[in-house]
Design a protein. Structure first.
Length: 138
């Protein structure tokens, strides 16, 4: 059975994400900058994974496959960062606490290895969310 770990998720902006977004959300640069989750090395060890391992991140809102990397900034054990964008939007809870803005930070996620699973492109995720993407192409 695969190992799983429950962490507190925070979505965030990053310079790499902003630069890539200016080139376009379907570019390789955006994919590389945003289809990742930053995790504390201790949590990665508990999960039995190495850096650059594909993982499934699941919340009450859904799940997404992303690449687990060691943090580019401080991430304490028990916390994970995913860059704001198409991949993060798959797991962000819709709750707004009457603010009109989804809960982008401070929600629980389950992370598990997904070594043999492919990270979907931004186009696949966006079109898939509204039923326009079919596996194997459109």
């Amino acid at each position: 059975m695969k190992e799983k770990i429950v962490l507190n998720m925070i979505t965030q902006r990053a310079i790499e994400e902003g630069q890539a977004m200016e080139k376009g959300k379907t570019t390789p640069e955006y994919f590389k900058a945003c289809s990742i989750v930053e995790m504390n090395p201790e949590d990665m060890k508990k999960l039995g994974i190495w850096r650059n391992t594909n993982v499934r991140v699941t919340s009450e809102a859904g799940s997404v496959i992303v690449k687990a990397i060691e943090p580019t900034q401080y991430v304490p054990p028990g916390l994970a960062h995913i860059r704001q964008g198409v991949w993060a939007n798959q797991v962000v809870p819709p709750r707004t606490q009457s603010t009109g803005t989804p809960q982008y930070s401070g929600f629980p996620v389950t992370i598990e290895p997904a070594i043999d699973e492919r990270i979907k492109t931004a186009l696949e995720l966006v079109q898939g969310a509204v039923g326009l993407w079919k596996e194997g192409g459109n």
